[in-house]
Design a protein around this ligand. Structure first.
Ligand SMILES: *[C@@H]1O[C@H](CO)[C@@H](O)[C@H](O)[C@H]1NC(C)=O
Ligand SMILES: *[C@@H]1O[C@H](CO)[C@@H](O)[C@H](O)[C@H]1NC(C)=O
Ligand SMILES: *[C@@H]1O[C@H](CO)[C@@H](O)[C@H](O)[C@H]1NC(C)=O
Length: 250
């Protein structure tokens, strides 16, 4: 048993040290359901989110709250905005609205409501509302009560040890920006605080249109990070430690 674990986790040598030879890989905050009823899946997901978002270094799963956007360039009509060292927080407090799992059909649906804050540096070069813009400074974007609906196509696979795992084949999502998006961006126009403030005020008054324009790349990026993180988790923890329902034939 012990040797088999070592084989499975040659890559994550730390994992071996952590689980020892007792076998269980799932952390204690995972409360497996005995069926796929939504009520149980919602509770189990809600129980897992706060700890899961902190990251599980022993399983090679990075943190989601906070997570860092090292550099994200966004080309808008006329302006190129680049986020640098963005820190995304809030995911650990997301509220689970719905979870549905259709094991035979390989479908997994997750709906959550979150307050998300993105804080970091930015540069913006181009033209904004007729004004030439060449800004750089600090920015903060606060998204209140956004609703994210994830539709995941799952798969199953066996590890080197013959144990079954969940996998993610692909996914799509819908993002509702929620009640309000607040922008705090300083120094949009270098050396012109009046114009900077006026334009920032305009951005906030028109937050819906503004967010539709450049929210998409940010959310795409965040979704990718989340899904990549989930994949790592599912590769580390076998199916039978996540759900006490027989796995369908595959
Ligand atoms: C699943 O069943 C076991 C054994 O009956 C029980 O101890 C456990 O609480 C159940 N799990 C959930 C999430 O209901
Ligand atoms: C988000 O923040 C708002 C306002 O502070 C609060 O009313 C709401 O309950 C929060 N939502 C979540 C999902 O934490
Ligand atoms: C998603 O993230 C992975 C790993 O960080 C990266 O290799 C991949 O290119 C990203 N995909 C998209 C569509 O951004």
């Amino acid at each position: 048993m012990c040797e088999r674990h070592v084989l499975v986790f040659t890559v994550a040598a730390l994992a071996v040290a952590f689980v020892g030879c007792t076998g269980k890989l799932a952390p204690d905050f995972i409360h497996p359901c005995n069926n796929t009823e939504s009520s149980c899946l919602i509770q189990a997901t809600q129980d897992a989110i706060p700890e899961f978002s902190k990251g599980l270094p022993q399983l090679g799963v990075p943190a989601l709250d906070p997570f860092v956007i090292e550099e994200l360039p966004i080309q808008l009509p006329g302006v190129k905005v680049t986020f640098i060292d963005g820190k995304v927080t809030g995911l650990r407090k997301c509220q689970v609205l719905n979870v549905e799992a259709y094991l035979e059909k390989n479908i997994f649906i997750l709906e959550i409501r979150c307050n998300i804050t993105i804080k970091g540096k930015y540069t913006a070069v181009g033209r904004l509302l007729l004004f030439p813009i060449n800004g750089e400074g600090d920015s903060k974007i606060k998204i209140v009560n956004s609703v994210i609906k994830l539709n995941i196509k799952t798969k199953y696979f066996k590890d080197e040890n013959g144990r079954d795992h969940f996998g993610i084949k692909n996914y799509r999502y819908a993002f509702d920006y929620g009640d309000r998006v607040h922008y705090t961006i300083n120094n949009l126009f270098k050396g012109n605080p009046e114009l900077s403030n006026t334009v920032l005020q305009f951005l906030n008054e028109n937050w819906k249109i503004v967010t539709e324009e450049f929210g998409q790349p940010v959310v795409d990026y965040a979704m990718n990070v989340t899904i990549e993180t989930a994949k790592k988790f599912f590769s580390a923890v076998p199916y039978d430690e996540l759900l006490y329902v027989p796995i369908p034939k595959y």
